[in-house]
Design a protein around this ligand. Structure first.
Ligand code: XIL
Length: 357
């Protein structure tokens, strides 16, 4: 009896009962007599482009996590440790401890570090919210922060998300961004220039969400990046966050990646996760069906990324490693390629299946 037939029988017998809890485990075999459904010796970093994960400093205290990262990833992004609220304690006061821990680990293990993110409207330290000054003063504190942080990591951090989420869903520059409110749209160009001046070798990204589902967002982001480049502003890449779900059509993935590549810059899938509970049901459980749909989505994403020109592929970064640490795990969901026990899920095999021989 081959695996598929035996699994279907199991499935009927058990009515495909879901795993208990947020385990994200692969479905059971039939007692070890049948082969692995998708045997592979490959690891994620065998892809034809860098593959990374967003991590927190505390993960590095866990040996199993560390071993997984070394085995599977060749790029690292700090999930939160390089955000302004993590680093900035006041004007010219910095706490780099968490970020340094991640950077040292990555460099010790020959991994690329992608810095995330110098400016993000959503996370603003209180001292900046309280800051009083005219436009020039605001430019000064912004440039000072960027200069100090990029200089601290110069030669260690390969690339930066310089500006994160500056565009709103109507295709305008986000008006609830404190830098926009105090400096105007010019803050974007000035931020890239400051980062470039501090580390001329760093690859600089504009990062945003929703290019996968909104043409308005795609067009605006591309127009902005192309215009910045025309003005000589050092912007080298577009990061597509890619927080998708199992209902996201593959066509949207290919279209958005092609659109970003057509802007003439590197393309980074910078925050990939695939939610398996798109309707956000509070009673959802991790079923065989969710696992298979998620596998198809991850596979589609890696295939779609492979369709853009090789010299534009900056890489794919997962937004986390294991389901239980995902930023989406406040609701029932299982968005990542590893389960809470760091076991490979079906999604993992969907990815490695795309690597060819
Ligand atoms: C999220 C982190 O994953 C959470 O831990 C944190 O509480 C909020 O930020 N877009 C981004 C990321 O650019 O920085 C966000 O990360 C997810 C959405």
């Amino acid at each position: 009896m081959n695996y598929i037939v035996s699994f279907c029988l199991l499935c009927v017998m058990s009515a495909c009962s879901p795993d208990n809890g947020n385990t994200g485990a692969r479905p059971p075999g039939d007692g070890g007599e049948t082969p692995d459904p998708t045997p592979t010796e490959k690891v994620l970093k065998d892809a034809a482009f860098p593959v990374g994960a967003a991590i927190e400093p505390r993960y590095l205290d866990n040996e199993a996590y560390v071993n997984l990262l070394k085995r599977e990833m060749n790029s690292i992004s700090p999930e939160n440790a390089m955000k302004m609220d993590a680093i900035s304690r006041g004007r010219k006061q910095y706490d780099f401890s968490g970020a340094d821990k991640i950077v040292d680990f990555a460099l010790d293990n020959d991994m690329r570090v992608h810095g995330h993110a110098l400016l993000w409207y959503y996370i603003t330290p209180q001292w900046i919210k309280d800051f009083q000054g005219d436009k020039d003063d605001w430019i000064e504190i912004m440039e000072e922060y960027i200069t100090d942080v990029v200089t601290h990591f110069k030669g260690k951090v390969t690339s930066w998300d310089v500006v994160n989420e500056a565009v709103d869903d109507d295709g305008n520059i986000r008006s609830n961004d404190i830098w926009y409110q105090n400096i105007g749209e010019e803050y974007i160009a000035l931020a890239f220039e400051a980062a470039h001046k501090a580390d001329p070798d760093a690859i600089l990204f504009y990062n945003d969400y929703g290019m996968v589902w909104s043409k308005t967002r795609r067009d605006k982001i591309c127009e902005m990046v192309v215009n910045l480049k025309k003005e000589g502003v050092p912007v080298h890449g577009i990061g597509l966050q890619m927080h998708i779900n199992t209902d996201t059509p593959k066509e949207n993935m290919t279209t958005s990646l092609a659109a970003a590549a057509a802007c003439g810059v590197y393309v980074h899938v910078s925050e990939l996760d695939v939610a398996t509970n798109p309707s956000n049901s509070p009673t959802a459980t991790y079923t065989r069906e969710r696992a298979e749909k998620q596998k198809a989505s991850y596979k589609a994403m890696f295939e779609a990324f492979g369709t853009i020109a090789q010299d534009k592929r900056y890489g794919i970064t997962f937004w986390g490693v294991a389901d239980n640490h995902s930023w989406l795990s406040l609701r029932p969901d299982w968005p990542l390629p590893f389960d809470r026990n760091l076991k490979k899920k079906e999604a993992y095999y969907g990815i490695t299946e795309t690597f060819g021989e």
